[in-house]
Design a protein around this ligand. Structure first.
Ligand code: SAM
Length: 212
């Protein structure tokens, strides 16, 4: 993603009640934060946040946590949440590499990855959010019945991800190379900003769901 630095975005994040900018050590505290024991769904690399904000407003009995590395990108989602004040939505500004210090064992019910950065060079493969290294992290924080849902229009990244699911010892419960033309799977699909942009350019959208 091309990043436009927004002056002051960091300060806004540090002061906002819905954002955690120093989340290390929060593992095990999410039911306290939300004040209930509802399931916790997270989106890693949420960008401007339309997907997670839409889900949070549709599903008040699910708690949502959006994770994004950059304040300037997160800003849009935070401004929207300042208007909506959804009680079941929070954000974390962090690099997801440290996700196991932020969520405890089996504290998460679902992980969404949407149009994740491809990191095309082989030597950067372990930075991809669908690498076996990331699946090992997800294995720690995700309930045994939980799942990882991944969408992208990037075919090489998708093919890599399918292989990594197997390498990590997980299974595919869904795998489509054209989500928008799959009558059943597309039902209830919430589009992300990137999904809207790339599908309008004619790119097919791939989706997988990984379980253990
Ligand atoms: N998910 C959004 C969508 O589909 O419209 C945004 C997609 S954008 C290509 C990928 C986003 O993931 C960027 O905003 C980037 O900053 C964020 N990101 C990439 N790696 C990350 C990481 N390790 N931890 C947190 N966020 C990350």
């Amino acid at each position: 993603m091309r990043l436009r630095n927004v002056p002051g975005a960091r300060d806004v994040m540090d002061a906002n009640e819905y954002v955690y900018t120093e989340p290390e050590g929060m593992a095990g505290t999410w039911s306290q934060i939300f004040g209930n024991n509802n399931p916790v769904h997270i989106e890693i690399g949420m960008g401007k946040g339309r997907f997670i904000t839409t889900l949070a407003s549709m599903n008040p009995d699910i708690n949502y946590v959006g994770i994004e590395k950059y304040s300037s990108v997160l800003l849009r989602a935070v401004e929207k949440q300042d208007e909506l004040c959804l009680p079941n939505l929070r954000f974390i500004r962090m690099d997801a590499e440290n996700i196991t210090s932020v969520f405890g064992k089996e504290e998460v019910d679902r992980i969404y990855l949407n149009f994740s950065d491809p990191w095309p060079k082989d030597r950067h493969a372990k930075r991809r959010l669908t690498s076996r290294q990331f699946f090992a992290r997800y294995d720690e924080i995700l309930k045994s019945t939980g799942r990882v849902e991944f969408k992208t229009d990037n075919r090489p990244l998708f093919d890599f991800s399918v292989e990594e699911v197997n390498e990590a010892g997980w299974k595919l419960s869904v795998c489509t190379y054209d989500l928008h033309n799959d009558e059943k799977l597309v039902e209830g699909n919430v589009m992300t900003e990137y999904e809207e942009r790339f599908s309008s350019q004619g790119n097919p959208i791939c989706k997988l769901v990984a379980i253990r």
